[in-house]
Write a protein that binds this ligand. Structure first.
Ligand code: CNA
Length: 392
């Protein structure tokens, strides 16, 4: 992982900041010119809490789920696949279920922005609810990909009680609709590929245009429509990226600042430059729980972030393997069966979509769905045309 402040690749000098540096950005904040900050986050802000992201090579969940013979790694969040085989999702869900993890200092940094009256909105793709646990008020959070807060039957859409859901999660069983005439599968209101995003996303998606600073952290900016949010900011609005690598169009504007490093160290740098570091550390200390190892002892474990993540991923992988518990031949049968079923359903849907398009009016924003990003491994592109990489 790099630990560098990267220069942007544009020749135009910054228009709003004095320079494309954290110090210049901190000066902008100290001068009270950033009073409406939008923050956009993804799985990378929670990896230091012990929750693996999707796409980091080696430690990401996709890299590890791929070896489980799922037809393709994203199938675990694919609604069609879930209908046929919900167990892999439930195994993952049990791991991600709120209550197990402590928020990171990056989450606390967002809380600090709120306490200072500077947070306009937090757009998160995360489903772990750690922002809430860190103290960011719910009305300032747009959970673009939903959350574990509520759940319902995927067929009749009846809500399912939270206490029964908790029991199902902890006992590793797949819950079904309480209406016995339906008995459909129950799923937390997490947005799967192919499902619509919550209306709150569409109601607030233009907000970044009114922001005076955008902070993008821990996301590969590869899942649409979330990925286009930073582009909604006005051209002169400074945008800060704190991420292991450069993503999206970040770095292409004159007032973009890139901190290509760990989120936690990045927010500490920014907080220090703003003169807030002690306050931030104190705020984060409030999130410690009695059973967390004392902070002084943490370095003695001598485990790197990657080692901790790898252990977490190995455990998850084992759990999924044992939950699936299918013989090879059963597995092949299931995959073929599911593939054929998905293909048939998709063909029917494609026919309908073509018919609708031919009739027709342009797609409306409200209908926008969470799009699976193009993927590397061979898979179901023939079934899901939207998974195909755009030709160069
Ligand atoms: P992603 O595609 O896995 O990308 C994560 C990005 O963060 C990558 O660019 C990594 O290089 C970077 N990264 C990872 N760790 C760090 C770190 N410590 N410091 C700096 N950068 C880091 O994840 P996205 O959020 O972009 O993808 C969207 C998916 C992931 C959403 O739909 C989420 O629901 C889903 N997800 C959420 C969680 C969670 O809730 N914690 C966990 C795993 C996946």
């Amino acid at each position: 992982m790099g630990n560098e402040e990267s220069r942007v690749e544009v020749d135009t000098p910054p228009q709003t900041l004095k320079a494309r540096t954290v110090e210049a950005l901190a000066q902008y904040i100290r001068d009270e010119r950033a009073k409406r900050i939008v923050v956009m986050t993804g799985a990378g802000i929670s990896t230091s809490a012990g929750i693996p992201d999707f796409r980091s090579p080696e430690t990401g969940l996709y890299a590890n789920l791929a070896r489980l013979n799922l037809p393709y790694a994203e199938a675990v969040f694919d609604i069609s696949y879930f209908r046929s085989n919900p167990e892999p999702f439930y195994t993952l869900a049990e791991e991600l279920y709120p209550g197990k993890y402590r928020p990171t200092i990056t989450h606390s940094f967002i809380t600090l922005l709120h306490r200072k009256g500077l947070l306009l909105k937090l757009f998160t793709q995360n489903i772990d609810c750690l922002e809430r646990e860190a103290g960011v008020p719910g009305d300032l959070i747009i959970e673009a990909h939903g959350s574990f807060a509520t759940q319902r039957c995927i067929d009749c859409k009846s809500p399912f009680p939270a206490d029964l859901m908790r029991i199902a999660m902890h006992s590793n069983t797949v819950p079904h609709c309480l209406d016995t005439s339906c008995a459909g599968l129950v799923k937390p209101d997490i947005v799967f590929f192919g499902e619509q995003l919550p209306s709150s996303f569409f109601e607030n998606r233009d907000l970044p245009a009114t922001a005076d600073l955008a902070i993008v952290m821990g996301t590969s900016l590869s899942v649409h429509p979330f990925a286009s949010l930073p582009q909604i900011c006005a051209e002169k609005t400074p945008r800060l990226l704190i991420n292991s690598d450069k993503v999206g169009d970040m770095g292409s504007r004159p007032d973009d600042v890139l901190l290509l490093e760990d989120c936690d160290s990045g927010v500490r740098k920014l907080a220090e430059a703003c003169g807030w570091l002690d306050e931030l550390e104190a705020l984060w200390a409030e999130t410690a729980r009695p059973d967390d190892p004392p902070q002084a002892e943490q370095p003695q474990t001598k485990k790197s972030r990657d080692e901790i993540l790898q252990e977490e991923v190995d455990k998850l992988t084992k759990d999924v393997e044992s939950t699936l518990n299918l013989g090879k031949s059963q597995h092949e049968w299931l995959e073929n069966h599911v593939d054929r079923k998905i293909a048939r359903r998709q063909e029917e849907e494609d026919e309908k979509t073509v018919e609708q398009r031919e009739n027709l009016k342009p797609p409306d924003d409200e209908g926008e769905k969470r799009m699976a990003p193009a993927k590397e491994e061979p898979g179901l592109e023939h079934v899901y045309p939207h998974l195909k990489k755009p030709s160069p």
